[in-house]
Design a protein around this ligand. Structure first.
Ligand SMILES: [Mn+2]
Length: 308
């Protein structure tokens, strides 16, 4: 059995390699509120490009979560919502469209788009989209291999962080034999998976713990027992001592209950304006949930109850 990329992937990889090798000055970016896959993919790529002697700037609209700040180079990522200057290429990772970056001014550059989110708008001069990748970090691993850059400890650490976080600690679909083969190679490159897991998962603040407690303590379950609704408003965040930056992963918690298949999460964004996120497990696809109006009716009650 071969673990190599498919033929189409190989064509994309060679195209990216050719475009990268003939260019010198790179800007790397990813999406708003970057997660572990965004940061891991960007930093792995940054280290690889620098190993080739390239000039690299990494710019995001929002800072990395505190749990990710301990990894190599992350503290040097620049925070900006606009870029200008001379770059030979911008590599955008993890973004289905350019607006997802929250960074303006990108469209004037030669863009390399590397992403695994369904619905990618193919906005780049070069587009490599693979919905089958468990993490964008898997694709970046392939790019780095194709560029002939050795897997250093720093690069391997970032690839592993990308995969560990984007698979939800190996919970989510999309995991393939290749996922584990890449992880195996990162361990051979000297990463410390125990220290990485501690840094990613075991560095909560007490405010985050109490915010989780407040939100999960008020969970509403529908009559079927399979649908959970949770709600967060500003008053709850204040009272718990947490912030809206502390909600990463919160939506997944109700899914740890055996019977619960779908979670809907209402977040108060502006006073009395709620943003809604959906998450599911098993075979339920919340992307096309046709009972959405029932959900809205039900969860509207929960949101109202939780309001100040
Ligand atoms: Mn991802």
């Amino acid at each position: 059995m071969t673990l190599s990329a498919t033929r189409t992937d190989q064509e994309h990889l060679q195209q990216i390699r050719d475009e990268v090798l003939r260019r010198q000055r790179f800007l790397l970016t990813s999406h708003l509120k970057p997660d572990g896959d965004s940061i891991g993919s960007q930093m792995a790529m940054a280290y690889a490009l620098r190993a080739l002697g390239k000039d690299v700037r990494v710019v995001n609209c929002d800072p990395a979560l505190p749990a990710l700040q301990t990894f190599p180079g992350v503290s040097e990522i620049e925070i900006a919502d606009h870029v200008e200057g001379d770059y030979d290429a911008v590599i955008v990772m993890e973004c289905s469209d350019l607006a997802r970056t929250g960074v303006s001014g990108l469209e004037r550059y030669f863009i390399v788009n590397v992403d695994h989110h369904p619905g990618n708008a193919m906005y780049g001069a070069v587009n490599w989209f693979d919905a089958g990748a468990a993490a964008c970090g898997e694709m970046v691993f392939d790019v780095i291999g194709c560029l002939g850059v050795p897997l250093t400890r720093e690069i391997a650490t970032h690839i592993y962080v990308a995969i560990l976080t984007d698979t939800g600690s190996f919970h989510h679909s999309g995991i393939s034999p290749r996922t584990f083969d890449i992880c195996r190679q990162t361990l051979e490159a000297g990463i410390d998976p125990v220290a990485i897991a501690r840094s990613v998962f075991d560095t909560n603040s007490i405010g985050r713990l109490r915010l989780f407690g407040a939100v999960l303590g008020a969970v509403e379950i529908d009559a079927s027992g399979r649908l959970a609704a949770i709600c967060l408003n500003r008053a709850m965040a204040r009272a718990s001592g947490g912030t809206y930056d502390d909600i990463e992963g919160l939506i997944n918690m109700p899914l740890t209950v055996k019977e619960i298949q779908v979670v809907v999460f209402f977040k108060e964004w502006e006073p009395n304006e709620y943003r809604v996120s959906l998450r599911s497990k098993g075979s339920i696809d919340v992307g096309g949930f046709d009972e959405w109006h029932h959900l809205q009716a039900h969860v509207g009650e929960a949101a109202k109850d939780g309001a100040p």
